[in-house]
Write a protein that binds this ligand. Sequence first.
Ligand SMILES: Nc1nc2c(ncn2[C@@H]2O[C@H](COP(=O)(O)OP(=O)(O)O)[C@@H](O)[C@H]2O)c(=O)[nH]1
Ligand SMILES: [Mg+2]
Length: 202
Amino acid sequence: MINFRNTRFMALAANIKDCPDSTMPEIVMSGKSNVGKSSLINALADNKKLARVSSAPGKTRAVIYFNVDRKLLIADLPGYGYARVSKELKGTFSKLADDYFTSGRSFNLILHLMDIRHSPSKEDVAMLEYMNANNLPYFVIFTKCDKFSKQQMRKRLDELSNELDFDENARIYAVSSQNGVGIAELREGINDYIFNTDNDEA
Ligand SMILES: Nc1nc2c(ncn2[C@@H]2O[C@H](COP(=O)(O)OP(=O)(O)O)[C@@H](O)[C@H]2O)c(=O)[nH]1
Ligand SMILES: [Mg+2]
C-alpha cells in the first residue's frame, strides 16, 4: 500500500514543456476552481500545508506536481481547462490544462472532482463526455460531503448518477477533506487501481 503521508512537493510547471518526465504512474486532478482539488491532495497526504488551499478561485496558473511515496505522481491542474473538449466552451478555459489532455502526455488516472451540492456544470458534462469518448480512465469524486447528512448524501448520489453519464468502469467516491469522510477509501481505490491489486486476488 502506498504511504500517502509520505507526499512531497516535486515541481511546478507553468508550461506544458516544463512538465517533468517521469517513470512513475501519474494521477491528474481535474475539476473547476474551488471544487477542492488542493484540499483533497492535502487530505490524502494528511498534511494541511502541502498544496496551497485558496478561497479565491482561479489562482493556480501552473501544474503542481507531488511525489507520493516515490511511487506515484499527482498533477494538480490549474482550474478548468479542456478547450478542445468542446468548441463552444472555448475561451473559458486555461490553455495549460487543455494542453495537458491533448499534448500526448501519458497519465494513468484522472480524478474528476465535482461539488456534491451543485448541479454539474457544462464543463463537467463536457469533461465526462471527453473522458468517455477517449477511453480515459477516471474516478468521479464528489467533494464537500460534510455539508450533507449521510441520508442526503445517498439521495444526492442517486440523483447525480441518473443525471450524469459515467463510464461503466468509473468508480464514484463521496469525500470530505474537512472531516475525512471517504478519504481512506479513496486512498485504497487509487492504490488498487494503480497497482492492480484487484487482479491479484484470483
Ligand atoms: N466544507 C468543505 N470545504 C472544502 C472542502 N474541500 C475544500 N473546501 C474549501 O473550498 C475552497 C477551495 O478549496 P481548494 O482546495 O483550494 O480548491 P481548488 O481550487 O480546487 O484547489 C477552500 O475554501 C476550501 O477550504 C471540503 O471537503 N469541505
Ligand atoms: Mg488548487
